[in-house]
Design a protein around this ligand. Structure first.
Ligand code: PGA
Length: 259
């Protein structure tokens, strides 16, 4: 069965105490979700504390980034093993803010994919085109380049440990959400890339999230679109009612699909 996921990317927001309080409240309010997997990705400094809270819940924990080396003289970096020992099962890799503000290259993200999988973390690999790339008709080229680079190091038997998040850069934090048609078209293209590399059966089981200005008001039409299997939520994941609302929309969609 394909897993549906709603992941919260808190980015560089919330100190330790407010993060922990927020996680406590969210975990209580999301208890009733049975089918949707919810992943919280707080800042590094809150991971361990939040992992203690999430232990007795079904919510999962993820890091927002990691370095590819195991240890050593890399001031300011965090290793995969540090994330795991802080209670993470997931790690976001290749987020557009990492690619574009911190100049992470496809090659670096590829190394991070290898390192994450080796240590037993599940990468949430982000892909997405910039506005000028969409306008010039380069969207598929960009997605294909990012996909091929990251997945060239992923063997078929490790694919099920990976999640993809399609996040058009022009939709992140802008309030300009992709239409369900635009998002679905990109997701179908990514699914085709997966099929070519891994075959239909494995490709159909992959979770492909959409991210970029997701809110309770647009989540329903997005989740109903073909090949959209959940969300990576930034801004709205910091607003409790919004994040709960989005998670419940996904859960209701899954229940409706079953009946
Ligand atoms: P946004 O961010 O929901 O604030 O657009 C999404 C993301 O960056 O993952």
């Amino acid at each position: 069965m394909k897993k549906y996921i709603v992941a919260a990317n808190w980015k560089m927001n919330n100190d330790v105490r407010p993060s922990v309080d927020f996680a406590v409240s969210l975990s209580k309010n999301l208890l009733k979700l049975k089918q949707t997997e919810v992943i919280l990705c707080p800042p590094f400094t809150s991971l361990f504390h939040i992992s203690e809270i999430l232990k007795v819940t079904s919510l999962k924990l993820g890091g927002q980034n990691m370095y590819f080396e195991k240890s050593g003289a890399f001031t300011g970096e965090i290793s995969g093993s540090m994330l795991k020992s802080s209670g993470c099962q997931y790690v976001i890799l290749g987020h557009s803010e990492r690619r574009h503000i911190f100049n992470e290259s496809d090659e670096m993200i590829q190394k991070k994919m290898t390192a994450a999988l080796e240590i037993g973390l599940k990468p949430i690999l982000c892909l997405g085109e910039k506005l000028e790339e969409r306008q010039s008709g380069a969207t598929h080229n960009v997605l294909e380049r990012q996909f091929k680079s990251a997945f060239s190091v992923v063997s078929g038997d490790r694919l099920e440990s990976c999640v993809i998040a399609y996040e058009p850069v022009w939709a992140i934090g802008t309030g300009v959400v992709a239409t369900p048609e635009q998002a679905s078209e990109a997701h179908q293209f990514i699914r085709e890339l997966l099929k070519k590399q891994y075959g239909s059966e494995k490709a159909e089981l992959m979770t492909i999230l959409y991210g970029g200005s997701v809110k309770p008001s647009n989540a329903k039409t997005l989740i109903e679109a073909k090949d959209i299997d959940g969300f990576l939520v930034g801004g709205a994941s910091l607003i409790e009612q919004d994040f709960i609302g989005i998670s419940e929309i996904v859960e209701r969609h899954l229940i409706a699909k079953e009946t």
